[in-house]
Design a protein around this ligand. Structure first.
Ligand SMILES: CC(C)(COP(=O)(O)OP(=O)(O)OC[C@H]1O[C@@H](n2cnc3c(N)ncnc32)[C@H](O)[C@@H]1O)[C@@H](O)C(=O)NCCC(=O)NCCS
Ligand SMILES: Nc1ncnc2c1ncn2[C@@H]1O[C@H](COP(=O)(O)OP(=O)(O)OP(=O)(O)O)[C@@H](O)[C@H]1O
Length: 196
């Protein structure tokens, strides 16, 4: 079995693309952000280390205090890196266990920060989802009413599309659903042929 990384900046459409691979072709998809968030509330070690890093406000009644953490990290690279150093090694270990349970020709590991977190090192192939900045912002705001300032501060902490593209095997331009689906079909068939 091979591991295919699926990355792209905030709002590029990674989750939507991952859903296509899963629903159309039954490819197991590991959504790193969802798994990270789950581990951040279920792992005693992560909870205590995040509480030591951010203080008692990190959690409210056992629930991650997202607005507080978001405000703290997205304008503070050092703090972001400290949080990542607590969370990401645990996500990597969890991913390894998950992969061992799968039984398909390939699996997808979806992460906005695949390269930044060095998750690309366990991937055999990498797909980057691209989209122009203005459309990304429009779609994010429609999805979750984030402010432009918040979106821009997150974008600044992530790699650019150019950097991702230079290290990727396949690119999906997510301009329209139909175009995206055509590219997903093509890439799925190409990967299957490659590993035959
Ligand atoms: C910081 C948190 C609490 C902010 O939550 P909030 O609901 O305000 O924002 P949301 O989760 O929608 O994140 C918005 C976007 O930020 C980006 N993002 C999230 N975590 C990170 C990170 N560690 N580094 C860079 N970008 C990130 C993603 O593109 C994400 O879609 C939350 O994102 C979180 O718990 N992040 C840690 C988990 C993680 O590292 N995920 C990244 C992929 S593994
Ligand atoms: N081709 C498309 N046409 C129109 N809307 C789309 C398309 N692809 C995705 N979207 C919408 O754009 C928004 C962002 O997509 P999605 O949540 O998949 O992005 P993401 O890259 O996973 O984002 P994040 O990094 O923030 O988690 C969603 O509301 C989604 O429904």
């Amino acid at each position: 079995m091979i591991i295919v990384g699926l990355t792209g900046g905030i709002g590029s459409g990674k989750s939507t693309v991952a859903k296509q691979f899963h629903e159309k072709f039954g490819i197991p998809t590991y959504i790193s952000d969802d798994e990270a968030k789950l581990l951040m509330v279920t792992s005693k070690e992560i909870k205590s280390e995040l509480t030591a890093l951010f203080g008692a406000n990190a959690y409210r009644e056992g629930v991650l205090n997202k607005p507080f953490i978001s405000d703290a990290i997205f304008n503070n690279k050092t703090l972001l890196e400290q949080m990542n150093a607590i969370v990401h090694p645990r996500v990597a270990a969890h991913f390894k266990l998950w992969v061992a349970r799968q039984n398909t020709p390939y699996v997808l590991k979806e992460s906005a920060i695949l390269f930044e977190s060095h998750g690309d090192q366990v991937c055999d192939l990498i797909i980057t989802v691209t989209l122009d900045k203005a459309t990304k912002i429009k779609r994010i705001q429609k999805r979750d009413q984030s402010s432009i300032e918040k979106i821009e501060s997150i974008m600044k902490q992530q790699w650019t599309d150019q950097m991702r593209i230079s290290k990727s095997d396949y690119i999906i331009e997510n301009d329209t659903m139909q175009h995206m689906q055509e590219q997903v079909n093509h890439i799925h068939n190409t990967i299957l042929n490659k590993i035959k």
